[in-house]
Design a protein around this ligand. Structure first.
Ligand SMILES: *[C@@H]1O[C@H](CO)[C@@H](O)[C@H](O)[C@H]1NC(C)=O
Length: 372
């Protein structure tokens, strides 16, 4: 763990040095809107920003279109396998936009169920602004995150050439996969370890189910799906009840509180001895949540790419708003308490949190994006 943190710290130092080197190499430029960017080519992305904030994200909302745009980043990027390549097969291109270019192939994969809608919604912006699908998916994901209060300052680098092949099936983890399979998969994809897997799953703080089970659409994974906070890590640790009618075979076994859905894989990773303490570490620790997610999102968006030849256009991405109220904070939803926690981290007690007042309420649905 200490070694892991050292590596993370070193990576941050290295990426800072790389960023500084990139700044020295390229000339800073001022865009027509007055913004200062590291390279003139970044300026065009401000037009894309204005367009998608208005016409994709319904006025910079952290709603279903934002949630699915974030999910699209992960499902495009993680589809890369050096292990398959070592066997002489094509292992996928990572963050290369293949999920949009070969959407009829990749959105038919079971793990990508429901992503066809956001791909169809994004495609016209790619054509209109003449950018590559890989760059656009990373951009839309970073902008989507910035629409969610509490999110870190998101990075965005350009330079992804269009994918030339569809990724093979079987590389995107599924909700019914076991923990070892998922850990092995992310390790193959980007040499990520089990702690970094937990960092990735922070994205489920701003997420809802989409076509996992068509009878129960748009069920959030925590009670605050419009805020990037640690509630996902609190509520996934609560004792769950079997999801009504699910049969448990779609990977959507449990609900911690009414109206919410818990993926089987999230439930297992929250309780596995390899991952449980890292899971719990995000409770009441917004700064750890944001810094780890900022790191892992950038790493994912560079899978299969050479970061040295990419251009840092992070200055285009807006800063997110702070969490409303007196946040950042973590709480037990009304009607729940420490007694409902299924403690899984053996070395550290669960943080003591206040319970929201009032009767238990149901979490509101978030209808998936309209089919295009
Ligand atoms: C938050 O996490 C950081 C990094 O692991 C740690 O140093 C810090 O003590 C944590 N803060 C709290 C309040 O737990």
């Amino acid at each position: 763990m200490a070694f892991k943190q050292l590596i993370a710290a070193l990576s941050v130092v290295l990426s800072l040095q790389a960023a500084q080197a990139a700044v020295v190499k390229s000339k800073r430029a001022a865009c027509s809107n007055g913004a200062s960017v590291s390279d003139e080519s970044c300026c065009a992305w401000f037009d894309v920003l204005d367009d998608i904030q208005q016409n994709l994200f319904n006025g910079a909302q952290c709603g279903a279109e934002a949630h699915e745009s974030i999910r699209l980043v992960f499902h495009d990027a993680i589809a890369i396998s050096p292990a398959l390549e070592a066997q002489g097969q094509f292992g996928g291109g990572g963050a290369d936009g293949s999920i949009m270019i070969f959407d009829s192939v990749e959105t038919a994969f079971q793990a990508n169920v429901g992503l066809d809608e956001i791909v169809q919604l994004q495609k016209p912006f790619v054509a209109k602004h003449n950018v590559t699908p890989g760059d656009f998916i990373a951009f839309a994901g970073a902008v989507a995150m910035s629409n969610c209060p509490g999110a870190p300052q998101m990075n965005f680098f350009t330079g992804r050439a269009p994918a030339t092949q569809a990724a093979p099936d079987g590389l995107v983890p599924e909700p019914f996969d076991d923990v070892t399979k998922i850990i092995n998969r992310v390790n193959d994809a980007g040499q990520f370890d089990e702690l970094e897997l937990v960092w990735m799953l922070s994205a489920h703080s701003v997420a809802a189910s989409n076509d996992i089970d068509p009878t129960v659409q748009g069920l959030p994974f925590d009670s605050t799906p419009g805020i990037f906070d640690s509630q996902f890590f609190v509520e996934s640790q609560l004792r769950g009840t079997l999801f009504p009618g699910s049969g448990g075979n779609q990977g959507e076994v449990e609900s911690g509180i009414p109206g919410e859905m818990r993926l089987q894989s999230d439930s297992l990773i929250a309780r596995d001895s390899r991952t449980a303490c890292e899971w719990q570490s995000f409770v009441n620790n917004q700064s750890k949540l944001t810094s780890d997610f900022q790191f892992i999102f950038l790493a994912l968006t560079q899978l299969g790419q050479n970061p040295d030849v990419m251009t840092d256009c992070s200055a285009v991405i807006p800063l997110s708003k702070p969490i409303p109220g007196n946040g950042p904070f973590s709480f037990f939803p009304a009607g729940t308490s420490i007694a409902d926690v299924e403690q899984a981290c053996a070395s550290t007690p669960f943080p003591s949190l206040t319970t929201l007042p009032g009767p238990a309420t149901s979490v509101a649905h978030i209808p998936p994006p309209p089919g295009a």
